[in-house]
Design a protein around this ligand. Structure first.
Ligand code: KG4
Ligand code: ZN
Length: 366
């Protein structure tokens, strides 16, 4: 492992793993303080809206059309040329492979042309380290990652040192929000629509929904039964098509999700403390972390458990390139660069990363 660098490290980051095309330039000052120099993001929501979900081929083509221009704009906004960078980071998985290949190939090409190190970033690592981009969050911490593609609890012990404690056995939590929004005819993307509808509930307790996995050992999640319960409940004779139904059901669903996430996180905390007895930080990341009901429930949990809670601002909870550039800078500071023949991958569990050796304790504190 390389020694901590003396000077600042400036990294271009590229994110194309789903339906956001994004480029950002981030600087890691010596000592570890972050600075975001530029960030550009184009959402493809309008292209995918007619299909009520992300169409991989449309996403890949849109990334290809826009990434060059977006990267140029980010570099211009940072007032830098590629030669001024210390490294180029790109999401290399997991995600929709067409888009991942567009981003990773672009990142490699820039790195090769400018003679700079390339950093293949696991998208989940981007989310995992995003809290350190927006505030001083020391390792270790428990990470609740709640997005459209993932629902996991991880013990984060350092850069590249992740232990997955639990994951969903079926749908991701954001996916469940999106599917329930579809059932309730609330539009796409579903998470914000469900939250907005729930705010108008007349009676959030009208529909009794199950709490999947509650009381089970471990901290795995399950959401597909909850979505099916919503489906059946909406077809019950007492549920007449009326505006209140969608709002009441959205609130009932949101409550059920908050309950199971809190209960599972509590179990995850116990498991994490077996390895890190002094653990006292929870980080929540991923698009679903934008949900205010969920935030409140997790804040209450942390108050009870005497944990500090860190939730990045919403724009860094959802997909963005600053978190990829930052993960690249954190890796670069440890000398963890990637070869140019690094193969992009649709699946890439976070606990299969190359982190510094267990004894490298100095690398893990900030
Ligand atoms: O992290 P993200 O931007 O993309 C993935 O990597 O998946 O997460 C997107 C997910 C979508 O499923 C979206 O419906 C959900 O996050 N989401 C929300 C909210 N805002 C976004 N879910 C619940 N409440 C919200 N306010
Ligand atoms: Zn994501």
């Amino acid at each position: 492992m390389a020694a901590e660098p003396d000077g600042p490290l400036t990294v271009l980051g590229i994110e194309t793993s789903c339906d956001e095309t994004a480029a950002a330039v981030v600087r890691r000052h010596s000592g570890g303080a972050p600075e975001i120099l530029a960030e550009e993001l184009l959402s493809q929501i309008d292209e995918h809206r007619p299909y009520e979900g992300v169409v991989p081929e449309i996403a890949a083509r849109a990334h290809l059309d826009r990434l060059d221009g977006l990267t140029g704009r980010a570099m211009a906004a940072a007032d830098l040329g590629f030669g001024d960078l210390d490294g180029v980071a790109a999401t290399a998985g997991p995600g929709l492979i067409g888009g991942v290949m567009v981003g990773a190939t672009t990142g490699k090409a820039i790195a090769a042309a400018a003679g700079k190190p390339f950093l293949a970033i696991n998208h989940l690592e981007g989310h995992a380290l995003s809290a350190r981009l927006t505030g001083p969050v020391a390792f270790p911490f428990l990470l609740l990652l709640v997005s459209g593609g993932h629902c996991q609890l991880l013990l984060v012990q350092g850069v590249g040192r992740y232990l997955r404690l639990g994951t969903t056995i079926d749908d991701a939590v954001g996916e469940a929000f999106d599917k329930v929004a579809k059932l309730l005819d609330l539009g796409y993307p579903g998470g914000p629509a469900v939250e907005a509808a729930a705010a108008h509930a007349q009676n959030p307790e009208r529909f009794a929904l199950p709490r999947p996995m509650r009381g089970r050992p471990g901290c795995d999640f399950s959401f597909s039964g909850l979505k099916t319960a919503v489906f059946h409940r909406l077809r019950a004779p007492d549920c007449q098509p009326a505006p209140d139904d969608a709002a009441d059901m959205a609130a009932a669903f949101q409550e059920a999700v908050a309950d199971v996430l809190v209960e599972r996180t509590c179990n995850g905390l116990r498991m994490a403390k077996e390895r890190e007895p002094g653990l006292r930080r929870l980080v929540v990341a991923g698009g679903v972390a934008a949900n205010r009901r969920l935030r409140r429930a997790l804040e209450d949990l942390c108050a009870r458990e005497e944990l500090d809670i860190f939730i990045p601002p919403q724009r860094y909870c959802t997909d963005n390139a600053a978190m990829i550039a930052w993960a690249g800078a954190e890796r670069l500071a440890l000398g963890l660069t990637s070869p140019l023949d690094f193969a992009p991958r649709p699946r890439w569990p976070l606990d299969q990363l190359d982190g510094p050796a267990e004894s490298a304790g100095g690398a893990t504190a900030r």
